[in-house]
Write a protein that binds this ligand. Structure first.
Ligand SMILES: *[C@@H]1O[C@H](CO)[C@@H](O)[C@H](O)[C@H]1NC(C)=O
Length: 258
């Protein structure tokens, strides 16, 4: 069934209608204009949302994700880094290892321990005021600061634990507690943690195979796009937890078990 207006529209020519019933024409013009305004508004709103979603919410590797610590996002800088420490094959068929990163590997020594200690420095940090406001974490009763840290340091700590587990003679004591978090299944925790971290970041850099004589060898010296760890490390080093200012930790009232 057609309503009254539609019937009238059918029976009248457009010009005739416009001339005869100016108020109706005004009405459709207003409607058209409102529609246009609504459409423009929605377009602007959608564009703003898209821009906010891409930039404001920091949903990218270089700007940071919603789950990244907001206060640390400013420390993100992308770099291209050729991975070091790869195994290479010379024309005579000898295997060589690229020496970059050698300070972190090899038999236990004070120098290797120091290299890892430095990587782990800045794992525990205190965030004061606005910097710590967003973090759901423990706050020190003395200072009100948020006790936190960046996941990258926890992963490095776990990798160091696995390294130590390879040398029980040198580091056996680190795993000898029967009840603390350093008991043997800490190794399982670290394996699973690092597995998830690697899967989570899913590096899509292609593997490059090189032919040397009749051998195909993986060349790992390829450029990767990375967050500059040194920048992030400096950011964390500037916020390290100062336990001396925390009597509850110093006098044993609170014990950090990880
Ligand atoms: C440890 O220090 C806290 C903070 O100053 C204090 O409240 C607590 O009584 C102290 N506990 C001991 C056992 O000294």
């Amino acid at each position: 069934m057609l309503n009254r207006e539609e019937k009238e529209f059918e029976s009248e020519g457009l010009l005739e209608q416009a001339a005869a019933r100016p108020s109706d024409s005004q009405g459709s013009y207003t409607l058209l204009r409102s529609g246009l305004f609504i459409s423009i508004f929605l377009n602007i709103a959608f564009a703003s949302f898209t821009i906010w979603h891409c930039r404001g919410s920091h949903s990218s590797y270089d700007r940071g994700f919603a789950t990244d610590l907001g206060a640390a996002r400013g420390a993100i800088e992308l770099i291209q880094h050729d991975f070091g420490g790869g195994v290479e094959l010379d024309e005579d068929g000898n295997f060589l290892t690229d020496s970059r990163g050698s300070e972190y590997v090899g038999p236990p020594s004070p120098a290797v321990d120091q290299a890892w200690d430095y990587l782990e420095r800045g794992m525990n940090i205190d965030l004061h005021g606005q910097e710590g406001a967003e973090v759901q974490t423990f706050r020190w009763p003395e200072t009100g600061a948020s006790f936190t840290g960046l996941e990258v340091f926890h992963s490095l700590h776990c990798l160091n634990k696995l390294r130590q587990a390879l040398y029980p003679d040198a580091y056996g004591h680190a795993f000898s507690e029967s009840h603390g978090p350093m008991r043997k299944d800490h190794i399982g925790h670290c394996l699973n943690h690092l597995r998830q971290s690697i899967q989570c970041h899913s590096d899509l850099t292609p593997m490059e195979w090189k032919r040397v004589g009749n051998k195909l060898i993986l060349s790992t010296k390829t450029p990767h796009t990375c967050r500059d760890f040194n920048k992030i490390h400096q950011w964390a080093l500037g916020r390290m937890t100062d336990y001396n200012g925390l009597p509850t930790v110093m006098n044993g009232t609170l014990e950090i078990v990880a």
